[in-house]
Design a protein around this ligand. Structure first.
Ligand SMILES: Cc1cc2nc3c(=O)[nH]c(=O)nc-3n(C[C@H](O)[C@H](O)[C@H](O)COP(=O)(O)O)c2cc1C
Length: 190
């Protein structure tokens, strides 16, 4: 049996870093492509590849922040929600958008394609962490506003945003969050 204690230790201690703590440096293009390659190595029923990536660098994040303000005002979204969302992008230096891109299939239900897209999101977070960076999977109203993401990120009507994965260098380590009591949620049938 092959064991890999280092990988197991990583998986048992891995944790996100809040997006607001993520600054420069961010991964260079080669490192990021390695992260996306690792994240794309994912269980995918029927090999449909029901996801794709849209990468926003610092300038693109700043543009997103401005577009969020314009769109939010246009749609009379609450000021507080506009400010929070635009600041999240305004402070960002690198965001990987994981776009769920469901494919027509008689065999693989949409929910399974959704699960795969979620696995990819976690893969981006984990691969970024394993590359020495902090990462945070966020969504919020911007992710779910189909009109906005169609305009800002060229996302089609059949697609949706599974996650905005913020990546950068964490300026500090926040306190650990409570973790599940695994024994309490696990039942062994024998
Ligand atoms: C689909 C999804 C969407 C999320 N969206 C947000 C969000 O918009 N804002 C937020 O503060 N946290 C959000 N989170 C939670 C963060 O990713 C959080 O930092 C994470 O659960 C911490 O987990 P970890 O330390 O085990 O990686 C989201 C999580 C998931 C799975």
């Amino acid at each position: 049996m092959n064991t890999d204690p280092a990988v197991m230790a990583f998986l048992q201690t891995r944790r996100s870093r809040p997006a607001k703590l993520l600054g420069l440096p961010v991964p260079d293009r080669d490192t990021l492509m390695g992260v996306l390659t690792a994240a794309s190595r994912v269980p995918d029923h029927g090999k449909l590849e029901p996801w794709r990536f849209v990468v926003l660098d610092g300038a693109a994040c700043a543009r997103m922040a401005q577009m969020i303000v314009a769109h939010g005002k246009d749609k009379a979204i609450e000021d507080e929600k506009i400010t929070k969302a635009s600041m999240t992008f305004g402070q960002a230096h690198l965001v990987v958008t994981v776009v769920a891109s469901p494919k027509p299939s008689d065999k693989v239900p949409a929910i399974e394609q959704t699960l795969t897209a979620g696995a990819v999101c976690l893969g981006v977070v984990n691969a970024a962490l394993a590359s020495g960076f902090g990462a945070n999977w966020l969504t919020g109203w911007v992710a779910h506003d189909a009109e906005f993401v169609a305009h800002a990120l060229d996302i089609t009507q059949d697609e949706w945003v599974a996650g905005f994965i913020h990546i950068g260098t964490a300026s500090s380590t926040p306190p650990e969050r409570p973790r599940p009591d695994v024994a309490a949620i696990t039942r062994f049938l024998d």
